[in-house]
Write a protein of this length. Structure first.
Length: 400
């Protein structure tokens, strides 16, 4: 047994019982007895025993490390819905090309679905040097099991050193399953990717501890190095219609395409307002708005500009705005042409969701608010005076 009690030394003092955080020890016949079904081998009892009556032997876990030198290239999972490749795939291809230059390697896209011929050229124009294509009627719409099976088989066959995926509902569901199957590490919701110039490994940066710090995570011993990235974090490269790429068509045993679940129907969400993630202009409010009723002045400005209304987490937590409008680490990631931050202090949790905006206009009465450090233009004043004035000014200007 990895842990046991030396009966001759045990006095039944119960110090080990007090130390055990898993309630795995009992005193029977004045001797300690360990319940191996509860014990996690944490060693707390051994440290607490003054009589050295606990014998603990930990055997290091044995893991077979992959031959890292055999893994080459950067892959991007090209998510598609209803036969259309999603924009996050193009964003990742652009970043992958930037990383590939530092590794002197190629970028490949992986596309799974059915009747996708009209999507192939655009992926190559936007950064794919190679395109792995798997098509079958059963794969027309995303389902966890078949997509996971296919991607796992492709990774085992071609051995990419980096695999990137969008942090979307589909991406999060898929890529975690792939990581478990191939025994690779996965860093979720990255906001930055780079290559270590010396070790040539992927540096994956993401918010940690509730967004209070930015952590850079590495996976030096396992391949592929895997990361998910939110929509709008990176900018897609300009399509180059002169680019050439290689299309590699793959097919597998139909048994891999079988799913234990059945897709009954797909119902498209009906947007009654401007889609926050796709909006060119966003007017957002935070704690400084003071209440739900005050968001009306932001809605008036948004209506004049034809823009979307966003909010910080503080406004959502207070019940002033629904979660679907939240911008930030735990909400939407956006990158509009203009972002109005009204009454938003600018904590890191919010900044990671909007700092890629081309122009940031901050309105806050606190001159020391962190939002001003990233703002293109800052207005230190009462937002309840400034926003209505802006609304009227834009009305007048746009009427001309």
């Amino acid at each position: 047994m990895p842990i046991s009690i030396i009966i001759e030394k045990c006095t039944g003092c119960s110090l080990c019982i007090k130390a055990c955080p898993f309630d795995a020890i009992r005193i029977m016949d004045k001797k300690a007895v360990i319940d191996l079904h509860k014990c996690t081998l944490c060693g707390a009892c051994k440290d607490a025993c003054k009589f050295k009556a606990v014998l603990l032997e930990k055997t290091p876990a044995k893991c077979d490390l992959p031959e890292i030198k055999d893994y080459q290239g950067i892959w991007v999972f090209a998510e598609q819905k209803n036969g259309r490749v999603q924009s996050v795939a193009y964003e990742l291809l652009g970043k992958a090309q930037e990383l590939a230059k530092k590794l002197n390697t190629q970028v490949s896209a992986v596309l799974i679905g059915y009747k996708l011929e009209d999507q192939l050229d655009e992926l190559i124009f936007c950064g794919a040097d190679n395109l792995y294509l798997v098509e079958a009627p059963e794969l027309a719409n995303f389902q966890d099991e078949p997509y996971t099976n296919i991607l796992v088989e492709l990774v085992k066959k071609y051995k990419p050193e980096i695999l990137l995926c969008g942090a979307t509902n589909i991406g999060r569901s898929l890529i975690s399953r792939v990581a478990i199957n191939i025994k690779a590490g996965l860093t979720a919701d990255c906001t930055g990717l780079d290559i270590d110039p010396d070790k040539k490994i992927l540096l994956q940066t993401r918010p940690a501890f509730g967004g209070n710090i930015m952590a850079t995570i590495i996976s030096p011993n396992y391949r592929p190095q895997m990361a998910t990235v939110r929509h709008k974090v990176f900018v897609p490269m300009l399509a180059d219609k002169k680019r050439k790429g290689k299309i590699i068509r793959e097919s597998f045993d139909p048994a891999l395409y079988v799913s234990r679940t059945k897709l009954l129907d797909i119902i498209e969400e009906i947007e009654t307002t401007v889609n926050l993630s796709e909006a060119d202009i966003i007017v957002s409010g935070g704690r400084g708005m003071g209440g739900h009723e005050n968001f009306k002045i932001l809605e008036e400005l948004a209506q004049v500009l034809g823009s979307a209304v966003g909010s910080s987490r503080a406004a959502v937590d207070a019940g002033w705005m629904p979660y679907s409008h939240q911008v930030g680490q735990t909400g939407r990631t956006v990158a509009p042409k203009i972002y109005f931050a009204c009454g938003i202090s600018g904590q890191i949790q919010h900044l990671v969701g909007m700092q890629s905006s081309k122009i940031i206009v901050a309105i806050n009465k606190d001159p020391d608010a962190p939002i001003f450090k990233v703002a293109t233009y800052g207005i230190v004043d009462d937002l309840f005076q400034v926003v209505p004035a802006l609304t009227q000014a834009f009305k007048t200007a746009l009427r001309k």
